[in-house]
Design a protein. Sequence first.
Length: 234
Amino acid sequence: MRTEILNQKTIGQIVADDYRAAAIFKQAGIDFCCGGNKSIEVACNEKDVDVQKLTLELNELELSTPALHHDFKNWDLGFLADYIVNTHHKYVLRTLPELVHYTQKIAQVHGENHPELIKVASLFFEINRELLQHLKQEEEVLFPAIKEVMKNNTPGAKTTIAIEISRMNGEHEFAGGAMDKINVITNGYSIPADACNTYRVAFKLLEEFEDDLHTHVHLENNILFPKALILAKK
């Protein structure tokens, strides 16, 4: 991608075009999912990142051998919605109870010496509550509405899409923001010297959960939702 082309795209669009760019943004501490509507320049200025260096790294992707990955951008929307449910929703539903348990446990055991763990447990409890309702709403309301519009172009389903996506974007902001706070207060999930095995497992799972959430929200915010809104306006 030439620099002038990169400058015309949002971060979310860049990652949608080549998912390898996600690793570059992650390394720079730049949010490509919930913050995916920003330009490279704006995002770099916010994080005090060298925009020229980051742009060079992105341009070098074009010269490297493309990695094998799913072409999400060109998938049928119904198929993409099913993929999100079967891959990311199932992962979230499987992992949430474990992380609620682990974060509460390490807060109880290590909270006196590491008070940040009490905040981590509180934040993740809220994430759990928010995401359980969020996933249910997507699976029972939004995703069926997208499929209904694709099949029958139903006016009522179009209205549902617009209303639900507005709600979902706000909920993504909350969950993503809460995980960002957890990342910051744990110093990027750094393990202290006195950490027990449960402490280590909890932090490893939290980091994996954050990575999955970024991919999950990226697929919705930067690919599924924009295309669904275009359908709803036709």
